[in-house]
Design a protein around this ligand. Structure first.
Ligand SMILES: Cc1ncc(COP(=O)(O)O)c(C=O)c1O
Length: 480
């Protein structure tokens, strides 16, 4: 094909590809010891180039062991863990109580297909009791977060008889075949082309207090959501029949806070408005609490901050404490609609994972535990506010409970995103022994996901590293 005629998608594909040579080059220059580099090379030689590791990090350290809030690479280098296996190790790595429960459960029952066992029954009861949904609820189990999302949207479509799902721009709900159409996080789109199976999906904006419509680097406010509602009212959408109005939407599926997009905390009214819109047009409301739930926001579920009741809740990640487990909790009338064997997964509701899940739920639903999460959240946000006084690179801090995102900008007035500086900060922090991930619509946000039970001295240690690294970034990129 001649250069001038090459399609954007093919260019995108070429720009995303990272050759094995280029990956080896990155490893050669990585700030790791020799053993870690050797393991990294073996990793690159044997895993598909489409794995997430080289996408999230310039080069991810190869971890050998972990304890509490710390990870150790193959050379024994220590990393303060502000990733928690992406929100999974909420009670810290290698948690001794979880290990004790696992060892006991291993000697009792490891796995029993997708069939009932004691720990599974107990977990279903607990999830129903703690759902925050009034009336009778039921549970469906899966293995991964994407499983839970697929189950929830299938149930919503089955129950309502409608095909469409509405979700927010920027939301992340998984990248399996059934979920990738629901993940509209902008920088994921190139990876989906030309594979995009779930097309019965519509999108609405997620309003956030920092960036407003009309600014040079715009965002959405609450009015943006009302415009969406007006479009539904005015019948100018694919979800509408000229006579009957909105008639083909099964559910609104939404993250209470946008996690993989960059740890954005939207307005409290956001979920309230979505609940109202769902009721007005006869849609179900499904909240994806896979990352926000189980205590991270300082409440058991993040939707509680908006004082609403969803129709279904998807949960995973922290629920298994490091073992793969997910669940959907939903109103009984929805989950009792289908007959036996409507869904099945060989590994769903694994006995080891359910035993851990019972312990995790007990811990993270306790008031005293949640109070401590909030105290730790206050501590980190106060530390970040102090850093904001000293570092002009910090444009905005999102925080609820210990759920924290930091937006980096070149200029506080124009809010010009500091995307290169964010990559520099992430890489420098890895070098200094602090591991976290960055995200953001403009690739300029730091997502802080420490274990919920992290010690205050470790929060202070992270703040000290940020102080040094922000200073270095400001100097390098001429900010402030
Ligand atoms: C909010 C949210 N939903 C769904 C998923 C998909 O979960 P999984 O990767 O376990 O399939 C994720 C994963 O990051 C997530 O953060």
């Amino acid at each position: 094909m001649k250069k001038g005629t090459i399609s954007n998608q093919i260019r995108q594909k070429e720009s995303l590809n990272l050759s094995v040579d280029a990956q080896m080059e990155r490893i050669a220059h990585a700030p790791f010891g020799e053993k870690t580099k050797r393991w990294a090379k073996r990793w690159i030689q044997h895993e598909s180039g489409g794995g997430v590791g080289m996408g999230l990090f310039t080069i991810a350290p190869v971890i050998e062991s972990a304890r509490g809030s710390y990870l150790y690479d193959a050379d024994g280098k220590e990393y303060l863990d502000f990733l928690s296996g992406f929100s999974v190790s909420a009670l810290g790595n290698n948690n001794q109580e979880i290990n004790r429960i696992l060892k006991k459960q291993m000697d009792t029952l490891t796995h029993y297909f997708d069939l009932p066992h004691i720990e599974r029954v107990k977990l279903a009861e607990k999830l129903c009791k703690l759902s925050g949904i009034r009336g009778k609820t039921k549970v469906m189990f899966g293995v991964t977060g994407s499983d839970a999302i697929e189950l929830a949207i299938r149930a919503a479509r089955y129950h309502t008889g409608n095909p469409y799902i509405l979700t927010a721009y920027g939301d992340y709900h998984g990248v399996t075949y059934g979920t990738m159409g629901l993940t509209s996080k902008g920088n994921m789109q190139p990876y989906f082309y030309p594979i995009r199976p779930n097309t019965d999906v519509g999108y609405f904006p997620c309003p956030h207090p920092y960036r407003k419509p009309g600014e040079p680097f715009p965002g959405f406010d609450m009015n943006s959501l009302r415009l969406f509602e007006q479009m539904l009212d005015g019948k100018e959408t694919p979800f509408t029949d000229g006579v009957y109005g909105v008639n083909n939407v099964a559910a609104i599926l939404v993250e209470p806070f946008q996690s993989s997009a960059g740890y954005y905390v939207p307005f409290r009214e956001y979920l309230k408005d979505l609940r109202r819109i769902a009721d007005k047009f006869g849609m179900l409301l499904i909240v994806d609490e896979i990352q926000t739930g189980l205590g991270r926001s300082g409440k058991l579920w993040a939707f509680e901050h908006s004082e609403i009741e969803p129709d279904m809740i998807c949960t995973s990640k922290a629920l298994g404490g490091g073992l793969p487990l997910s669940a959907v909790i939903g109103r009984a009338e929805i989950l009792e609609d289908w007959g036996p064997a409507a869904y099945v997964s060989t590994q769903a509701g694994n006995a080891l994972a359910c035993a851990v899940g019972n312990y995790i739920l007990e811990v993270v639903s306790s008031e005293s535990f949640l109070q401590k999460v909030n105290e730790r959240g206050c501590h980190i946000v106060q530390g970040l506010k102090d850093l904001k006084k000293a570092h002009k690179i910090i444009g905005y801090i999102d925080n609820t409970g210990i759920y924290t995102g930091i937006e980096l900008v070149k200029d506080r007035k124009t809010k010009e995103p500091a995307s290169d500086a964010a990559a520099f900060v992430r890489d420098k922090c890895v070098q200094e022994g602090l591991l976290f991930e960055k995200g953001g619509y403009y690739h300029n946000r730091l997502q802080l996901i420490p274990p919920l039970n992290i010690e205050v001295k470790d929060l202070d240690r992270a703040l000290g590293i940020f102080d040094r690294v922000f200073g270095g970034a400001e100097k390098k990129f001429g900010i402030g």
